[in-house]
Ligand binder design. Structure first.
Ligand code: HPA
Length: 234
């Protein structure tokens, strides 16, 4: 048990998928894992461990934003020995070529600040995905025929952004989408020598204002979970 995770030692698999939403963790575990058991419900942040094609997997919520993700990823890595951490979540599209329902696989994630800012100080550390996971995820997405984009994303600190000019600069610099967690996941993976990746579904679009209808969300989310699982065990 840690401060925020009630799981017993050994309850957490070496491979952890991290959606922001704890109820998505529940849905993904019930839909894709065999023999899924709930291993955490502290503060309603649900985590489940089961198997996928014989491989042990934990699917654990991260909460929204980097401070929340940092708490869970730190404890999963340092106290439970998680080796491979894949964020599965939604993002806002930032390029015309990126459509709602498409998948974005993040090579890197820009940010203004992350919980790691205190360590990096004046250095603009460039957090990056694990190459092996990224390559395997791209192969899995291509095999499924899912429209997929690979490139940089932006991990913002606010959903209701009072600085639209920042998003404009991100778009201008080719950033594919915006979410709120990946940069710190990549920072932590670098610090602790773990593998990390973010596989994201475009749920809304900053340029067009389009949003994924709720009835489509589950199926689009499912493609992303399968891509993450295939990548983890490639
Ligand atoms: N902004 C930030 N995070 C998000 C968005 C967004 O538009 N969509 C999904 N996650």
């Amino acid at each position: 048990m840690t401060v925020h995770i009630g799981a017993k030692p050994g309850d957490i698999a070496e491979t952890v998928l991290m959606p922001g939403d704890p109820y998505r963790a529940k849905w993904a575990a019930e839909t894709f894992l065999e023999n899924a058991v709930c291993v955490n419900e502290v503060r309603g942040m649900l985590g489940f461990t089961g198997t996928w094609k014989g491989n042990r997997v934990t699917i654990h919520g991260s909460g929204m934003g980097m401070p929340s993700l940092s708490i869970y990823a730190n404890e999963l890595i340092r106290d439970y020995g998680a080796q491979t951490l894949i964020r599965i979540g939604s993002c806002g599209g930032m390029q015309d070529s990126v459509k709602v329902r498409d998948v974005i696989i993040a090579m890197t994630a820009s940010s203004i600040s992350t919980p790691s800012l205190g360590i990096f100080k004046e250095v603009n550390f460039a957090p990056c995905a694990d190459w092996g996971l990224l390559k395997a995820a791209v192969a899995a997405a291509e095999a499924k025929g899912t429209p997929t984009h690979v490139g940089g994303i932006y991990s913002g600190d606010v959903f209701y952004d009072e600085r639209p000019d920042l998003n404009e600069q991100m778009t201008r610099h080719g950033v594919l989408g915006v979410e709120m967690e990946a940069a710190e996941l990549y920072n932590l993976a670098a610090r602790y020598d773990r593998r990390a990746l973010a596989v994201l579904t475009v749920s809304d679009h900053l340029l067009t204002g389009e949003a994924l209808p709720s009835e489509d969300r589950e199926r689009s989310f499912g493609d992303m979970v399968e891509i993450a699982l295939e990548a983890a065990f490639a």
